[in-house]
Design a protein around this ligand. Structure first.
Ligand code: HEC
Ligand code: HEC
Length: 396
């Protein structure tokens, strides 16, 4: 099952899942896992986990808003010690002083001009904003550059190792601790296979995924991108291999080979050159349970607007219908009358056709717009899963 979200939208969607599964946000407030290489208060980590996936789709190239480019090659120099355009009395990032750093105001929504960032998408989780704050408070340092003779290591992968995603992503992206020799990254050194349906990768029925391209993007030469947007979206377990051993290996600009061994904790490696990086992820589709619909649709797509507190006044929509957690969604939807059309329930157990939620998702409601408002509609396969959950009785 493959959703037809727009690329930028899908990118954000995956980033939310990736970060949520590390910080534990969204499903309870777990601690940030220091040293996981995913989100720690280190500039490269913030770049790899926030600026690149969440911001750089807009803040890139010649048309970047207010000249602020947030791709890995430019963001540090355009943020730290540089004046904000919108509020010229403040620096975008004032080292040591998060409260007078305009970046913080744009992230927490307290800026005097323009919108909260990321514009038009759910705000960052508080835990993520806190990590940026901590980095600024500690002086906004650049990340230490690894010594040129150190082996090349993988610092993160999207989708995250061992994660389960509802649809096949369009790309697999590996991030490294320094710039790559682009010529060393191709379909012989960056491989994706699926298990053939049995969850094992050793019995010979594995299926190779043929990439549309394997690239080191010029804007971000520390990343390798395996584009599989043309691949049939089969639900299966997938294995990503980046080679550090063998005739063809991934290298940095100083010809250091990848130090690939991966035990579940980033960065990869055992300290000496060589060894393959191997990590798995699963594509399992959205399931017809409220938990799966919450995690894959309501939290990432709807809760930015439908955020609570609950209200019985249609004028309080969207926030008045709270879709921000499993129990709140259940209480807001199941056997609750629509505010726009009091003749029907938002979700009538057993009856998807008369459930107003489905009409809002399919664009057949009598009042207001199709949901998600202003964004691409959910694909029909995902709506059908929500229909199935309602037909099955809309259990929590
Ligand atoms: C959908 C496009 C979009 C996304 C995504 C986005 N921005 Fe913006 N950003 C803008 C636009 C447009 C402006 C100017 C208008 C405004 O502020 O609303 C802006 C302005 C800014 C400014 C003010 C710069 C100045 O000099 O005053 C900062 C800082 C900023 N964005 C940071 C971010 C960060 C950090 C992210 C990611 C967490 C992000 N933006 C994501 C479009 C975007
Ligand atoms: C950009 C903000 C935004 C997003 C994202 C959004 N909504 Fe809405 N939603 C609204 C607004 C505003 C209204 C009321 C006006 C309208 O219907 O156009 C509304 C109304 C609704 C209603 C009608 C409630 C009633 O009592 O009649 C439902 C159901 C709904 N949304 C479901 C969803 C679902 C499910 C998603 C995610 C797939 C979603 N919305 C995403 C803004 C949003």
């Amino acid at each position: 099952m493959r959703a037809s979200y727009l690329p930028a939208f899908r990118k954000r969607y995956l980033a939310v899942i990736a970060i949520a599964s590390i910080t534990g946000c969204g499903s309870g407030d777990g601690p940030l896992i220091a040293g996981s290489g995913v989100l720690v208060s280190d500039f490269d980590s913030i770049q790899a986990n926030i600026f690149t996936p969440v911001c750089s789709n807009c803040h890139i190239g010649a048309t970047a808003p207010l000249g602020l480019r947030l791709d890995a090659g430019n963001s540090y120099d355009l943020l730290v010690g540089r004046a904000s355009v919108q509020q010229s009395g403040l620096l975008r990032v004032a080292p040591g002083n998060p409260d007078s750093s305009y970046l913080m105001r744009k992230l927490d929504g307290s800026a005097s001009v323009g919108g909260q960032m990321p514009l038009g998408a759910p705000p960052l989780a508080q835990a993520e904003i806190d990590v940026v704050r901590q980095w600024i408070a500690s002086g906004a340092p650049r990340s230490p550059t690894p010594a040129p003779q150190d082996p090349l290591r993988v610092t993160s992968l999207d989708p995250l190792p061992d994660s389960t995603v509802p649809m096949l992503p369009m790309t697999v992206t590996a991030i490294f601790d320094r710039e790559l020799n682009a010529a060393s990254v191709d379909e012989t050194t960056f491989l994706v296979v699926r298990s053939g349906g049995d969850g094992t990768f050793t019995d010979g029925n594995e299926v190779s995924v043929f990439p549309d391209s394997v690239d080191v993007p010029l804007v971000n030469p520390r990343t390798a991108v395996f584009d599989m947007s043309g691949t049939a979206p089969v639900e299966d377990d997938y294995r990503v291999t980046l080679t550090g051993t063998g005739p063809a290996v991934i290298q940095d600009l100083d010809a250091n080979a990848l130090d690939g061994e991966f035990s579940g904790t980033f960065p990869s490696g055992d300290g000496t050159e060589g060894g393959n990086f191997v990590a798995d992820f699963s594509v399992a589709g959205v399931q017809p349970t409220l938990l799966s619909i919450q995690d894959n649709v309501f939290t990432p797509v709807c809760a930015g607007c439908h955020s609570g507190p609950t209200s019985n006044d249609a004028a309080d929509l969207p926030s008045g219908m709270d879709l921000s957690s499993l129990s709140l969604s259940f209480m807001s939807l199941v056997s609750v009358s629509s505010l726009q059309n009091g003749a029907v329930e938002r979700v009538e157990p057993g009856n998807p056709d008369d459930s107003y939620l489905i009409r809002k998702l399919e664009g057949t409601a009598s009042v207001g717009g199709q949901m998600p408002l202003g964004g691409p509609a959910l694909d029909q396969a995902t709506i059908d899963v929500i229909r199935q959950w309602i037909s099955d009785g809309a259990a929590m």
